[in-house]
Write a protein that binds this ligand. Structure first.
Ligand code: FEO
Length: 404
């Protein structure tokens, strides 16, 4: 097969043969404002090996890139590091075109791939096992729940590359292969957003993986994730440190005020609370749910040591936009936060109580009782809201000081 797409050389024996999705803006509920990539890699050794595939609509692009290096039918081995369909969606078509001698996946990967695509004849590989490709070896380490139960990483010792699937990735489409060619500001935002929205619930496992890496004895010179740019040189230390920071979930001198509003009463309270945080010396972001989606909110929540959530009551319930966001945030298991619930109501006022209960469920400390106002806040109410932000800001700074 030939075509208009070309592979990009990663190292002496490895080529990037993935796809760039410039247009994707929604990835299972996560807004991807900068698009994404689905990275697949071709190892040219005595046993030519393809690692992962791409989302189904990008099959032709991947095959075209492979064909720019080698006849796809010459591929001997296929490795699935992760069974989620953004990496496995092309597997059936790829195996039909390539007809590899052997396919490898983790034990859970084999089960997941069978469930999705039927029996494709995968051989199971486990942590500590390796496959000889002729001159180099491909060693496997299962990384269960990073991001799915099937996930594993593989290490090619001839070129010192760790193929890390979702880990250390980000949703960022671009024509450059290496992270060094992107601004650190963009990398940091997208990597933190990715961690917050994909890996945050598995923070303990991420820390365990980071702790175990030195003991694995892998001389890693390149980290090649399945999304976004690749890491080499100082970039590797940078992304590992960023992961340690995200997974540590230690409190930061930063707050976020998340609100939805019907007739601006809750919005006014949100503004006063935010100003209280700011006056206390805490950096603050304000997220109106009319213009901020769940994944943007979660990115701010993960970065914050204090979070305030406020909404009106509508038909005896918290405003639905807030219920949606709290359900999403709870699933991502942020921890170690100071929380504050607030809101407004016309006649019943269940909303604020429901928000406070959600914060309680997430294990957030709530040093100040939930506050809500009837119809529209008075000047005294706004003072009270400011005071809440100011006091929680002070508590947060004290907590950070104590934890040092
Ligand atoms: Fe990029 Fe968990 O898939």
């Amino acid at each position: 097969m030939s075509g208009a797409f070309r592979a990009v050389q990663v190292s002496e024996h490895v080529w990037w043969v993935g796809a760039i999705d410039w247009s994707v803006r929604m990835f299972h509920g996560y807004t991807t404002g900068r698009g994404s990539t689905y990275n697949a890699f071709l190892v040219i050794d005595e046993k030519i090996t393809l690692i992962d595939t791409v989302k189904a609509p990008f099959f032709d692009e991947m095959m075209s890139r492979i064909a720019s290096v080698v006849d796809p039918e010459k591929i001997d081995y296929f490795v699935s590091n992760h069974a989620e369909p953004d990496h496995s969606g092309s597997i059936r078509a790829t195996l039909a075109a390539v007809k590899p001698e052997k396919c490898f996946a983790s034990p859970m990967g084999d089960k997941a791939l069978r469930a999705y695509y039927g029996d494709l004849g995968f051989s199971v590989v486990k942590t500590g096992e390796a496959v000889s490709l002729g001159c180099g070896n491909l060693a496997f380490v299962e990384t269960k729940m990073l991001h799915w139960p099937d996930s594993m990483v593989s290490f090619y010792d001839r070129d010192n590359i760790l193929f890390s699937q979702d880990a250390f990735g980000m949703h960022l489409a671009g024509s450059k292969l290496w992270s060094d060619d992107y601004s650190r500001e963009v990398l940091e935002y997208e990597a933190r957003k990715y961690f917050a929205n994909i890996l945050n619930p598995q923070s303990a496992k991420v820390l365990a993986l980071l702790d175990s890496l030195p003991g694995l004895g892998l001389d890693i010179k390149i980290v090649a994730p399945d999304h976004g740019p690749l890491w080499k040189g100082e970039g590797i230390g940078w992304i590992l440190d960023l992961y340690r920071d995200c997974a540590g979930q230690k409190p930061k001198p930063r707050a976020v005020v998340v609100f939805s509003t019907m007739w601006h009463a809750t919005e006014k309270l949100a503004g006063a609370i935010a100003d209280g945080f700011r006056t206390a010396g805490v950096e603050v972001a304000v997220c109106d749910l009319a213009v901020n989606d769940r994944s943007a909110v979660m990115t701010e929540v993960a970065a914050a040591g204090a979070v305030a959530f406020g909404a009106p009551t509508m038909n005896n319930q918290m405003y639905p936009a807030m219920a949606d966001v709290l359900c999403y945030v709870r699933g991502l298991k942020p921890c170690n936060k100071i929380g504050f619930a607030f809101g407004s109501f016309g006649w019943s006022g269940e909303g604020g109580k429901q928000i406070a209960a959600e914060l309680e469920n997430m294990g957030f400390e709530q040093p100040i009782e939930m506050m809500q106002v009837k119809y529209m806040p008075t000047d005294a109410d706004l003072e009270k809201a400011f005071d809440a932000g100011f006091r929680i800001g002070g508590e947060l700074l004290g907590k950070i000081k104590k934890s040092r």
